[in-house]
Design a protein around this ligand. Sequence first.
Ligand code: FAD
Length: 408
Amino acid sequence: EGYCSPSGPIESTHCLYETVETLNADLYPALNRLVHYPFFRHYKVDLFRECPFWRENGFCMNRDCGVMAADEADIPEKWRAKALGEIRSGQDESSCYFRDQDFCYIEDDTTQDGEYIDLSLNPERFTGYAGDSAHQVWRAIYEENCFGLSEAGAAAAPIGFSKLSEGWGTEMVKQDEECEEKRVYYRIISGLHASISLHICQEYLDQATGEWSPNLQCFVSRLGAHPERLSNVYFNALLLMRAVARAAPYLEQYDISVAPPSRIQESDRTKELRKGDEEAKRSLADVIRLAGGKGVERGFDEADFFNGADAMILKDQFKNHFRNVSRIMDCVGCDKCRLWGKLQVSGLGTALKILFELDEKALNPKINPDLLQRSEVVALFNTLHRTSESLAAVEQFRQMYKDTQDAE
Ligand code: FAD
């Protein structure tokens, strides 16, 4: 079938990388189709929340940092109305709220804040956002939120990371001393960072010619020379696939339609929307099936985590760190980077919630129909799409590199 048979978690076998690549060959085109349907390409987000941690003054004035809003006429009324009755708890002082199970701040379709963005009009790519502002955000994520690094964290959790303060973002050493949950946290952040870098390198703007094209040198220096960063992208792909597969019965029945309720007399426009809804449903079923492909469960088994004596404490720490990351995203000084940063943190947070907070009963659509908000479902699939696209880009860069070697 083209699958080798993986025999352990991702770092212990190269075979699993091949498995992920084989799965991705079908998954990536399927996701590419899915994210263009109206349900998945519209994301409501508040890009104007203040940075709660420091005075942000690194606003990126480049045209490519800007975000284009969606056409409000394309937004079905039911999205705004849907979650109105949902229970909210844990209101915090900055008016963010987290439900107990959430790993991150969830954008809400029903509030007045924020606006709908058509993601397909705002591709994640090179924007020119760099320098102190960008570094401060990454540093805050790595230094202040990694377990055992901040003072509070150090008291609560034993050290295991390399001393990031001596070179923040430095890849982890001492892996064998590390508790599995803390390593997972680091890998998720590093994998997200690497995936963003991959998109920057893949759609890079040559400022001299004004042309967008893949930049091999960018890939080699940011990723090719750091195989563990790449392995963290594979890790995130497995984590997200596993979450989609685990929540399959729930996600399959999710209402992703945009057509109004059916009537005997329907306009051509409504008929068209209804036809689109049917296609979108088939496309979603395809993605869910492919995400549950052979080998995924062996590469990422959620039962391996949070099962020790201090599982509850670790899970709480993990959740708090991850929630802080979602608030740090308000400090990103480039609108488009903030948009994709927020979306992907939310997508990963949704995956973690599915994997670590919800039992089979909670995932039953009949028992728990309002388990995930629309924005969580949109974020989950778009984050998987981003990650899957990164894996496809790795293959493209490998080929480019080979071509340059052959030419020499
Ligand atoms: P950076 O990527 O800023 O990395 C800083 C340091 O972190 C590196 O020197 C290295 O020590 C370490 N590091 C790098 N990668 C990893 C990794 N994977 N794992 C562990 N450590 C690592 N720019 C755009 O052009 N388009 C975007 O869409 C975009 N989105 C962004 C979203 C967010 C949330 C943030 C914080 C920044 C974003 N940026 C974006 C900026 C971009 O990520 C870089 O910061 C910028 O391109 C400058 O890159 P750099 O080479 O200085 O290294």
